[in-house]
Design a binder for this molecule. Structure first.
Ligand SMILES: Cc1cc2nc3c(=O)[nH]c(=O)nc-3n(C[C@H](O)[C@H](O)[C@H](O)COP(=O)(O)OP(=O)(O)OC[C@H]3O[C@@H](n4cnc5c(N)ncnc54)[C@H](O)[C@@H]3O)c2cc1C
Length: 377
């Protein structure tokens, strides 16, 4: 029997699994390789930090979804590919043969150019490791002290959302000694967002008592100290790093065609530019029509990937995909309040948070969370 291997349980692959649950792939066995039994939905992670959701509400049960789809689940990570033998090498020492492979493993934290970050920063990715580290961080913050400095390095959507979420938690828990600083290399937070949204985010940070340090580039981390370009070092008790997406080292080493940053180059059908039996989607992919690394495009790639994997396995023609040029971004700001942007447009308010909450919960219900356990078809 021919074999399709799904590497990674990212946003596009959960859609593929849901599709396979509805209609199995005739004549093919399907395997899923993913290091964790659940997939955390990053859009809701700040809501967990803020205390709006239990973690179970933010977690898709990958193993249950795989079972429904009659897909064999392997709880390990892919470590390398052999594209001559068509095999995936896994962290648990196993090797998995494939006839077709689909990769949706997400990005690595972009910290390779920041010496000291491995020892002295808490990266937000892998998200499961951040979640595991969070209770100990909360314990440290709770210990009596005059001042606790928490620096969020990176002012993209995830850094800004996390800063707001931690500040909200500080308010509800009475952590008045917690001083939060967000540091970004641009003058304003949220690079890429409309100017009005960026200004609004800066005003909101100030209003919530979060310090903003813009036009600032970190060059090196030491214990409790961040060195920055052209300025005095910044003291910190904890540095959370949310510095964007980098490609995993194994994508380049595998011999797959990649872009200059090491992300897997795919055509409009989501097939590797060099190996047509390999597909990729989500942040690990470099699309023919370049788009920002974001969950929105990983989710949007899902239905096309599901159709094209099915077509490839049946020897049928595939469908080209042009990702939409504008995406709706909903950025939570801690207090059941959020900012929204779409192209040049932007909005904010408590109603935007309720809108985001509804969209996020609807998305999760389609796949089945650890909280409700029962996926809705
Ligand atoms: C705090 C935070 C908030 C965010 N908010 C938003 C938002 O509001 N909107 C938005 O559009 N984007 C947001 N993002 C960005 C978004 O998280 C990513 O763009 C999105 O997760 C990419 O999806 P993906 O499917 O490529 O990968 P991921 O969601 O990262 O999924 C990858 C999966 O593959 C698994 N995996 C990893 N390595 C391996 C391996 N070697 N072998 C096998 N499996 C592997 C992982 O465990 C995981 O299950 C946010 C990010 C963060 C950190």
């Amino acid at each position: 029997m021919k074999r399709l291997v799904l590497l990674g349980g990212g946003h596009a692959h959960v859609k593929v699994l849901a599709d396979l649950a509805e209609q199995p792939l005739a004549g093919w066995e399907v395997h899923l390789v993913a290091p964790y039994r659940r997939q955390i939905y990053s859009g809701m992670l700040p809501g967990w930090v803020a205390g709006h959701y239990p973690i179970e509400a933010c977690a898709i049960r990958l193993d249950a979804l795989a079972r429904r789809a009659r897909v064999a689940f392997h709880g390990t990570a892919g470590r390398g590919l052999d594209l001559h033998c068509n095999t995936v090498q896994c962290a648990d020492g196993s090797t998995l043969r494939f006839d077709a492979l689909s990769i949706d493993t997400g990005p690595m934290p972009a910290l390779q150019d920041l010496p000291g970050s491995a020892e002295h920063a808490l990266p937000v990715r892998p998200i499961e490791q951040f979640i595991a580290a969070w209770p100990a961080l909360v314990e440290r913050i709770r210990r009596p002290c005059r001042r606790f400095d928490l620096v969020v390095l990176g002012a993209g959507a995830s850094g800004v959302e996390l800063a707001f979420a931690i500040q909200r938690r500080a308010t509800t828990e009475g952590w008045s000694h917690l001083v939060i600083t967000v540091l970004g290399s641009d003058a304003l937070p949220l690079p890429g967002a409309p100017l009005a949204t960026r200004r609004r985010a800066a005003r909101l940070l100030a209003r919530r008592g979060i310090a903003w340090k813009g036009d600032c580039r970190a060059t090196r981390l030491e214990a409790g100290e961040m060195h920055v370009e052209g300025g005095p070092p910044l003291r910190f008790d904890v540095c959370i790093a949310s510095t964007g997406a980098a490609a995993p080292a194994w994508t380049v080493a595998s011999g797959l065609a990649t872009d200059a940053r090491g992300f897997i180059q795919v055509s409009r059908s989501l097939q590797s530019a060099s190996h047509p039996n390999v597909f990729a989607a989500g942040d690990v992919a470099s699309y023919a029509d370049e788009r920002p690394k974001s969950g929105v495009f990983a989710v949007r790639a899902g239905p096309v990937l599901a159709k094209n994997l099915r077509a490839f396995c049946a020897g049928q023609a595939m469908q080209p995909w042009t990702p939409q040029s504008h995406a709706l971004y909903l950025i939570s700001t801690g207090e059941r309040h959020a900012l929204a942007t779409w192209g040049r447009w932007s909005w904010s308010g408590c109603w935007v948070w309720r809108w985001k909450d509804r969209i996020d919960r609807q998305f999760m219900r389609r796949f089945g969370t650890e909280a409700d356990g029962s996926p809705r078809p």
